[in-house]
Design a protein around this ligand. Structure first.
Ligand code: NAD
Length: 370
């Protein structure tokens, strides 16, 4: 006889977390920590480059209220690894971190993802506050709870959904960031505006120089809107079952370009070229008109993301690399399709649709002028 016992857990209680955004708002970190609940110890975890610039002052300030320690690891994508996760854990054990230890992830997306994942698994989960220091991590990776490490089998394929207890975005950090990294992040804002908000596509187009020059008001406005949209998407679909896939606009091609260049191209730039191709696919499918496509091409050209970049690749190689995309099913390549500026094709919150390989090839060849 087969016995069946059902485990009935109460539905996970809804919870929310604050995102503080401003110029110089790092001074509010202590107060934010106070709102998190009981804290036995604080661990600031950062990469070596960011730590050099910002960690000392933070350790000094927080030490006045909590036992505070700093852990660092070398910067760069290749360090978002299982090895570094294990090294951080080792140090956490030596420091006798317990379940009331609070991690502060101070850095870009690499730090946020690695620290987030470490916090997700240490003693089955401890709290983390994300303090993003790149534009990409402010606009994108610090919000939404995706955490991960890379393995030799692929990027971000071991990880967990682990929401932070708070996020603090101080645009002052961006002053030390090279312009290339500003553009790298800005593409993720352009991506979300192209799929959700036409007015902000216009705002970006008209203010691009001021944004890149880190002019406070416009920068805060852009980050605020992009993060609000991302927060909305995450609220609707935390685990990326449907609507959250819309954040992948430009990414099916973008990931393929990262793969075939062996990650020589920065993620945001790859997504930018991906947006050009995926918007062209939408045009070829009759979902947007030529003028709409031109709006996108003109906007990206302002940040030197131009279709000529694609000429160096064999179009077929891009398509082959797209076959490995995580959105695919039944051996079909799926793409997020805009059907206007600021809107995407959405059928019952399903937003990724199969596109024939010859259509993708046609779009790439068209952009290459072939
Ligand atoms: N979790 C998510 O939802 C999500 C979303 C998008 C991207 N990501 C991940 O984010 C990562 C990329 O993030 P990134 O672009 O921030 O890269 P990054 O963290 O590697 O930072 C880029 C470089 O800038 C340096 N840096 C960071 N802040 C600085 C500052 N204020 N001044 C000077 N230098 C600074 C870093 O040391 C690094 O060398 C990737 O691993 C990607 O997979 C995650």
């Amino acid at each position: 006889m087969l016995n069946q016992i059902n485990v009935r857990l109460p539905a996970q209680s809804a919870y929310s977390y604050p995102i503080v955004l401003g110029n110089g708002c790092i001074t509010q970190l202590n107060e934010l920590i106070g709102r998190v609940g009981k804290v036995s110890k604080i661990l600031i975890i950062s990469d070596e480059e960011v730590a050099k610039l910002y960690a000392d002052k933070l350790v000094q300030d927080l030490s006045l209220s909590y036992p505070t320690h700093l852990i660092t690891f070398p910067s760069g994508e290749k360090n978002k690894s299982a090895e570094n996760k294990a090294k951080i854990e080792e140090q956490m054990f030596k420091l006798q971190c317990d379940r009331h230890t609070l991690c502060i992830a101070l850095g870009g997306g690499v730090v946020g993802d690695l620290v987030g994942f470490t916090a997700a698994t240490y003693m089955r989960g401890i709290r983390v506050i994300q303090v993003p220091t790149t534009l990409l991590s402010m606009l994108d990776s610090s919000v939404g709870g995706k955490t991960a490490i890379n393995t030799s089998y692929g990027k971000n394929i071991i990880g967990a959904f682990w929401q932070p207890s708070a996020v603090l975005m101080d645009i002052n950090f961006l002053q030390s960031l090279p312009q290339e990294q500003i553009i790298n992040g800005l593409v993720e804002a352009i991506k979300i505006f192209l799929t959700f908000d036409k007015a902000y596509v216009e705002k970006c187009t008209n203010n691009i120089e001021n944004i890149i020059a880190l002019e406070h008001d416009v920068l805060i406005d852009i980050i605020n809107r992009a993060v609000s949209l991302k927060a909305y998407v995450v609220e609707v679909d935390e685990k990326e079952q449907n609507l959250r896939m819309g954040l992948n606009f430009g990414h099916t091609v973008g990931h393929a370009l990262e793969k075939i260049t062996n990650f020589a191209v920065l993620h945001g730039y790859a997504v930018g070229y991906g947006i050009l191709v995926e918007a062209k696919i939408a045009e070829l499918l009759g979902l947007i008109n030529q003028e709409d496509y031109q709006v996108i091409e003109n906007l990206l050209a302002k940040i030197n993301i131009v279709k000529d970049y694609l000429k160096q690749f064999n179009s077929q190689d891009i398509v082959v690399a797209m076959r490995g995309d995580k959105k695919n099913s039944n051996q079909e390549i799926k793409v997020v399709l805009i059907n206007g500026i600021g809107t995407m094709k959405n059928i019952g919150n399903q937003v990724a649709f199969p596109v024939a390989e010859n259509m993708i090839l046609q779009a790439i060849d068209c952009l290459k002028g072939e």
